[in-house]
Write a protein that binds this ligand. Structure first.
Ligand SMILES: [Zn+2]
Ligand SMILES: [Zn+2]
Length: 334
């Protein structure tokens, strides 16, 4: 699982993968998302120290941060937010930042900025989210739904819009259709008439390229909304605070075990699961290690990986399935 050089990949970078408090190896929650052919990037959660992690990643410039999505009001997800927003106001500033999150987020930010007499010199808009579609752009939509945690918490689902299939110029030329406006009509799926013959757009345009989807579900115990947010996702990012041996703790604190996260990915029929938000008790030298959590999840959902700080996972563009050969193409030769 290495960063891909694929220029069309959606890149997800983990800035913090510890739950509750930072450790020497892991900072608290934060995930950066970069999209193909766009300089702007988005942030999901902003635990304390997130801006220090960003300093170590040249490609994630604060001046290009455009949107921030906050899951809930626990400190390990928001204590870094006022500092990052203030730092964005120094030097070259972002064009604007939209912050999305639960009730209380706007008041929290306004109070911190007011009492610290921090002036934000760029447009900053704070949106209180509700279940459903919260953002729709030409290329991407974002949905959210409540999870099951000790305080109101929201999971997010990012969906890339499907793209039209590619137009087969060579075939059109070979069929004698002249370059020009007729190509546009065929591309749009219309039928045209040229020199007494009828040509159908569907014969020249490939299958649509399906958009990618990923979900971000933290903090939560296993819940149906996490499954719905993760439905058929290319990537599910799910918290796995505890091992199965500590299931009682998970239930009391309303966190997930690694097995619960795997159950979400399996029921959602997702492609890949990355676990994050690990309890600091599981170190490589502890009786239960992060590798144990991985094994517990993989027993249910084999394509599971462990996040670590500054891991980048590239979601490749999905290509449409190759069309099945026509019967006459595969029959015995006469
Ligand atoms: Zn947390
Ligand atoms: Zn929490």
């Amino acid at each position: 699982m290495s960063p891909s050089a694929d220029a069309n990949a959606i890149r997800v970078t983990f800035l913090g993968t510890s739950s509750g408090l930072p450790t020497r190896q892991r900072n608290v929650s934060g995930i950066a998302v970069q999209f193909p052919q766009r300089s702007e990037w988005w942030l999901f959660d902003c635990g304390e120290g997130t801006q220090h992690q960003l300093l170590r990643l040249d490609e994630l410039r604060p001046s290009q941060l455009r949107r921030i999505f906050i899951t809930h009001m626990h400190g390990d997800h928001i204590y870094g937010l006022p500092g990052l927003l203030a730092s964005c106001g120094l030097g070259s500033t972002p064009e604007r930042i939209d912050v999305y999150g639960p009730p209380g987020l706007e008041e929290y930010l306004k109070m911190v900025l007011r009492y610290s007499e921090t002036r934000i010199p760029y447009p900053l808009r704070i949106h209180t989210v509700e279940t459903g579609l919260i953002l729709e752009e030409a290329e991407y939509s974002v949905f959210c739904a409540p999870l099951d945690h000790r305080v109101p918490a929201f999971g997010y689902r990012v969906v890339e819009q499907d793209r039209p299939g590619s137009f087969d110029v060579n075939k059109a030329q070979a069929d004698g259709i002249p370059f020009g406006p007729l190509y546009g009509q065929l591309k749009a799926g219309q039928s045209i008439t040229w020199q007494g013959r009828i040509f159908h757009g569907r014969d020249y345009v490939g299958d649509p390229i399906p958009g990618r989807k990923f979900s971000y579900c933290t903090d939560t115990i296993f819940c149906r909304n996490a499954v719905d947010l993760s439905r058929a996702a290319d990537l599910v990012i799910h918290e796995a605070t505890y091992a199965e041996a500590d299931r009682d703790l998970a239930c009391r604190a309303k966190h997930s075990t690694a097995a619960m996260a795997a159950q979400v990915a399996a029921e959602a029929k997702a492609q890949t699961l990355i676990l994050t938000h690990f309890s600091p008790r599981y170190t490589p030298s502890a009786p239960i290690t992060p590798e144990h959590l991985l094994a517990e999840a993989q027993a249910i959902f084999p394509n599971t990986h462990l996040a670590h700080d500054r891991l980048t996972y590239a979601i490749p563009r999905r290509m449409p399935a190759a069309p099945a050969p026509l019967a006459e193409d595969v029959g015995p030769s006469r």
